[in-house]
Design a protein around this ligand. Sequence first.
Ligand code: DX5
Ligand code: ZN
Length: 222
Amino acid sequence: MIQICASLLAADYARLGEEVNRAEKAGVDSFHFDMMDGHYVQNLALTPDHMKALRSYSNLQFHAHLELDNPDDILFNFAAMQADTIIVQWNTLTDPLRIFEKIRSQNIRIGLGLTPDDALDTISRFFREIDLLLILGVYPGFGGQSIQPGTSEKIRSARKIVDQIDNRPDIAVDGGVKLENAADLVRAGADILIMGTALFQSSNMAETVKAVRESIVESQSH
Ligand code: DX5
Ligand code: ZN
């Protein structure tokens, strides 16, 4: 079952609670919170406090995507916010196993994010330690970018590696995902489509979610 995860970076920040309700009603499966520090990326975005404030608006899973330089320093925040998954970026980690253990010890699922420049081969030995592999389709920092060429191929390669693992992590794709490329990304091996602009800027989010699901079914029947 393919999941559609709504990235709140693209939501209307003046009405975040309503945006969560709107997305849930439109049929999304989970929520994605980009947390940015203005240093790892040239942007600031959501914080653990936003997650905490929005927790009562939905029972769907909340993913925190830490696009920041010091994940170690802020991890303590997340158990109380009830993050279901914490995604750390590969190129911010000094000791991957130690941070995974810290996340696991809070009963939170472990996600590992790769930028378009992070090659799979050096990192794949860690895939058996994680619950979610997030492949960024764009350079992190901003919503509304076009997906980088080569993203589908990278997902296809990741799928091959992941399928050899007993407790295989889900594969998510984040950045530049839209109706026009969703089926291709799923065909390549994505389990979770993280979508910001394509959902929140669409005139009818429920129609967009439905169209994405139909495009996937349609492409699977061929
Ligand atoms: C990029 C973020 C993405 C972003 C996706 O730094 O990690 O989650 O919100 O936004 P869209 O779907 O607009 O590309
Ligand atoms: Zn993200």
